[in-house]
Design a protein around this ligand. Structure first.
Ligand SMILES: Nc1ncnc2c1ncn2[C@@H]1O[C@H](COP(=O)(O)OP(=O)(O)OP(=O)(O)O)[C@@H](O)[C@H]1O
Length: 326
């Protein structure tokens, strides 16, 4: 549904994206991740026909975003990071206005506005002035305008930014409900959000795609060693020394202020938990917890953006982004 090939954009002499390639199939929900300045907005601006690329092609439903921009726009519902809303209009009036601009036929207008009001849970505020609405409701109005004329593709740029926790849960639920009928590209800094909503992620760093796969597949691919969390009853210092010499254990980390909790890094190809449990008993300690720890999408993201960009500056940007996602 979305095809991007060799996409490159220079701002003057500065390359914002270079040779970006990806395909998003009909019905897929794909997360678009990257540290600040990675090139996400640039890619989205080209896909939404806001500007042409310097080189390469972007197509939506087989149509070139630059040459067939009117047809492409008709197929995309776009929720920008800062939704341009008319604050003095009521919700209904605004949605009618956008629907008209999108070419919805006059006799279809009331039904189409009612449909998006219903999908986005805006019944209670349909006659309210937009300027008086909470941020969460304003975001719903933004989503409602993107859904008008029922475009098959939705491009959502940071849809939950600036919302409070309750509003975030509601907007995520809404997006999950939209998955059934739309192909969705969701740009976000919030990694758990992407892991919850998307089947696949595209990770962009310094203008290039550095990974594209499902969160689970990326974890398997990048997890060079397994991690095990171990909690014992009593002092684990002696146990830590004993485990360090066990075959298959690569590193042992004892929590400094809590000597009964250990993190073990082990050879991925073997499940060492039974042997570790025996060792705990041999040391005369009680076993309280022994569990495999999964790499989070955040760990993966950090590995990718730091491995591919060893430059100091890139690493700082990436860690800031990850902090924001917590
Ligand atoms: N209008 C512009 N003129 C010059 N350089 C630009 C312009 N817009 C973006 N850039 C540069 O292009 C690169 C990619 O920027 P872009 O905004 O696409 O990244 P991003 O991934 O969306 O970042 P963020 O998450 O911070 O919005 C950055 O180095 C940025 O400084």
């Amino acid at each position: 549904m979305i095809e991007v090939q060799g996409l490159t954009k220079f701002y003057g002499t500065v390359p914002a994206i270079q040779d970006v390639n990806f395909h998003i199939h009909k019905g897929e929900v794909v997360g678009f991740l990257g540290p600040n300045g990675a090139g996400k907005s640039t890619t989205i601006r080209i896909l939404t026909c806001y500007m042409p690329p310097t080189a390469g092609e972007a197509r939506v439903d087989g149509l070139d975003c630059f040459q067939k921009s009117l047809e492409v726009r008709r197929r995309i519902g776009y929720l920008p990071e800062n939704v341009p809303l008319y604050n003095e209009m009521t919700v209904r009036r605004f949605l009618r206005f956008v629907a008209q601009a999108k070419g919805v036929e006059a006799r279809e207008l009331p039904r189409e506005v009612d449909r998006v009001v219903d999908v986005c849970g805006l019944e209670r505020v349909r006659n309210r002035i937009i300027g008086n609405l909470s941020k969460g409701y304003r975001q719903r109005v933004g989503l409602a305008q993107a859904l008008l004329n029922n475009p098959p593709v939705l491009i959502l740029d940071e849809p939950t930014i600036g919302l409070d926790p309750t509003q975030i849960v509601e907007i995520r639920r809404l997006i999950r409900d939209l998955r059934e009928d739309h192909t969705i590209l969701l740009s976000s800094h919030i990694l758990p959000e992407v892991a919850q909503i998307c089947q696949r992620v595209l990770i962009l760093n310094k203008g290039r795609i550095v990974a594209t796969d499902s969160p689970d597949a990326l974890t398997a691919q990048l997890q060079k060693s397994a991690k095990i969390a171990l909690t014992v009853e009593g002092d684990g210092r002696q146990l830590a020394r004993a485990l360090e010499t066990m075959d298959g254990i690569l590193a042992v980390q004892l929590e400094s202020n809590h000597h009964s909790r250990l993190i073990l890094e082990t050879d991925r190809s073997r499940d060492l938990r039974p042997e570790i449990a025996r060792k705990v008993v041999e040391e005369g300690l009680g076993l309280l917890e022994l569990k495999a720890m999964d790499l989070s999408l955040e760990d993966i993201f950090m590995q990718l953006v730091t491995e591919e960009a060893p430059v100091e500056e890139g690493a700082v940007e990436a860690s800031e982004t990850a902090e924001e996602g917590k």
